[in-house]
Design a binder for this molecule. Structure first.
Ligand code: NAP
Length: 332
């Protein structure tokens, strides 16, 4: 394909310390040299995209930059036999959308080792309905299952329950037979959380900081998507032998805890990284999400937006106001 081919992309630039994004025309030759050129159809929106778009140097060092940490699209050219032209692929994580031009542009060029073939019977919009958040939710659930979590042990808490990761966790766990307690700051979204399968919806104040290092065990297991003080409080309320997987930091990166939940109750704190794990581990979760772990309610509530709507949708992530899954559709 001619390097001079033009395409539309959303580009974030820095002016006097202020960051703003706009649609621009770019050329394929502007993309980094790499194995596989992909025509992007959809990209899902994630908290990390909002950080990249607002100038967070921990995510993106150099601007101008096109965010978008995941993408679904068609392979146009490939210099690697593992990926064939015409194939439909999902790319999530690694450096995509961080310092490599991401899915908010109509084309990306990436290493072959970042491309997962789309599971049979799926389509691109479904893949990005789950996106990085769905993959992360699948990994969070896998971690507590591998640690021995079972529905009959009791309630499982999910924090940040209306968020992109949290909402899929609620539906996935309830589909597996768990009694899910959704912890949410959005009282007006209780009916959505119940539709996703939550047995109970409680406010964030259920995890308000308490001085005591251990509290009455309320939850058998948990999935935490917010980090900070709520995670520390959740650990105090986990039953002996229970597990909590954690993936996020919207409530803060600090974790101030004691060792007591771990040494007196044998609680497991399990970290989840969806970014740098081996491709085959990502592919295994995609296969589950395309099959027995399908989340029809999350799929149904997913919203599609056009590039021009990105500023508003990304802003909602930074204010903690985003609900459910949002997909950028490049055809809109
Ligand atoms: N480790 C990984 O590989 C990985 C992958 C994907 C995402 N993540 C991280 O996971 C986290 C969630 O991502 P997301 O895409 O689901 O974001 P999101 O859609 O913005 O969801 C986060 C949710 O957390 C709650 N929340 C927001 N601010 C809060 C605060 N100050 N205190 C307590 N709760 C708060 C809100 O839900 P309620 O209003 O319902 O409480 C919000 O909807 C982010 O930190 C993201 O960076 C990590």
């Amino acid at each position: 394909m001619a390097n001079e081919t033009e395409f539309k992309a959303w580009l974030v630039t820095e002016n006097d310390g202020q960051f703003s994004g706009e649609e621009v025309i770019r050329k394929v030759s502007d993309l980094p040299e790499d194995d596989v050129l992909i025509r992007v159809r959809y990209s899902s929106l994630n908290y990390k995209d909002a950080l990249s778009a607002s100038g967070n140097r921990g995510v993106t060092r150099n601007y101008p930059h096109t965010p978008g940490i995941d993408a679904f699209g068609d392979v146009i050219e490939s210099a690697d036999d593992r990926v064939k032209p015409g194939q439909h692929v999902i790319v999530t994580g690694y450096d995509l959308g961080m310092n490599t031009d991401g899915g908010f542009g109509e084309y990306i060029r990436v290493p072959a080792g970042w491309c997962v073939p789309m599971p049979d019977g799926w389509d691109g919009i479904k893949a990005m309905t789950y996106g990085t958040a769905g993959l992360t939710a699948g990994l969070c659930v896998s971690k507590i299952l591998m640690a021995g979590a079972k529905p009959e042990q009791g309630k499982v808490a999910v924090t940040g329950a209306t968020g992109a990761v949290g909402s899929v966790c609620v539906e996935l766990l309830s589909g597996l037979g768990f009694d899910v307690v959704a912890v949410s700051g959005k009282a007006d979204q209780a009916s959505l959380l119940e539709e996703l399968g939550a047995k109970e919806v409680v406010g964030r104040d259920a995890l308000n900081p308490e001085k005591r290092p251990l509290l009455k065990p309320v939850f058998a297991n948990g999935i935490d998507t917010v980090g900070g003080a709520p995670l520390a409080e959740l650990l105090k309320q986990i039953s002996p032998g229970g597990s909590v997987s954690c993936c996020g930091l919207v409530a803060g990166p600090q974790l101030e805890t004691t060792v007591l939940p771990f040494i007196l109750r044998g609680v497991n704190l399990l970290g989840v990284d969806s970014v740098e794990i081996p491709l085959e581990d990502k592919a295994a979760v995609w296969k589950m999400l395309a099959g027995e772990w399908a989340c029809p309610v999350s799929e149904q509530h997913c919203r599609t937006i056009a590039r021009r709507e990105l500023p508003e949708s990304l802003g909602a992530f930074l204010k903690g106001e985003s609900v459910g899954k949002i997909v950028l559709d490049h055809s809109l």
